[in-house]
Ligand binder design. Sequence first.
Ligand code: C5P
Length: 306
Amino acid sequence: MSGTGVTGATSVTVRVPAKVNVQLAVGGARPDGFHDLANVFLAVGLYDEVTVTPADTLRVTCEGPDASQVPLDRTNLAARAVEKLAARTGREARVHIHIAKDIPVAGGMAGGSADGAGALLACDALWGTGVSRDELLDICAELGSDVPFSLVGGAALGTGRGEKLRVLEVGGTFHWVFAVADGGLSTPAVYGEFDRLNAGVEVPEPVASGGLLGALAKGDAVALAGALSNDLQAAALSLRPSLALTLAAGRSAGALAGLVSGSGPTTAFLVRDADAAVKVAAALVGSGTCRAARVAAGPVPGAVVL
Ligand code: C5P
């Protein structure tokens, strides 16, 4: 679980997965500005690794192809997570947080949330706080709507603003291809566009689809493909119309189905098996409609100390 840095200080590394939303049902805007959701999360095998090491002050560093897009100040969810845990346990937040980033940045795959959950679990282990799992989940919920799921992983239905989780049983492994777009999309901007597109419309209560939950439970990829849905997709496409070309390219390459992942702009393609994933990924890259394509399967466990 731990290693020894050059200073002789112990460090802890946590590995945290990305997520895809197999259903994202969005209700009307609430008075607090958030939206009630029925959010069916699936954790998939693309990971960030977060390492914490005792240091004189709190600082964040990041490595990886998109590291330059990651904020290294106190707005980084990893830094905020450490500050919250330190405040709650009467410590000073004196750690160096290093993020090895493999999850697309601002891509709708909960990469920032993963780093928040990862830093929280890593510092909890480093400091031996004895804080309960439920308290860690409370801190995650304060950090952001998707952060509790990054800790829990697997598959879960998120209600409220997405932070109240019910763990779901999954009867098999689902294979995915993720088309990474150029640049990110701001989650508040996509929700704002959702509100603009639905102005004057009575938005129904978000409800989890029975057919979708049944497909997950059976591990039935064809049935899941028929049930995938994302109420933020129209808003993401409105802000980034070129995503329609990516969706068309993945479908014509043989994906069972494709949809925008969360608030986008990553697009997610469900495929029959690992071989199909490799073929669809190659076709997506060849289509020139995305920056890169990544292959991953899920469900996988949430944040774990290595
Ligand atoms: O909770 P989180 O910090 O990830 O939310 C980022 C933004 O996304 C919120 O400020 C809000 O604009 C939007 N959001 C929302 N309803 C949710 C979750 C997020 O409107 N359930």
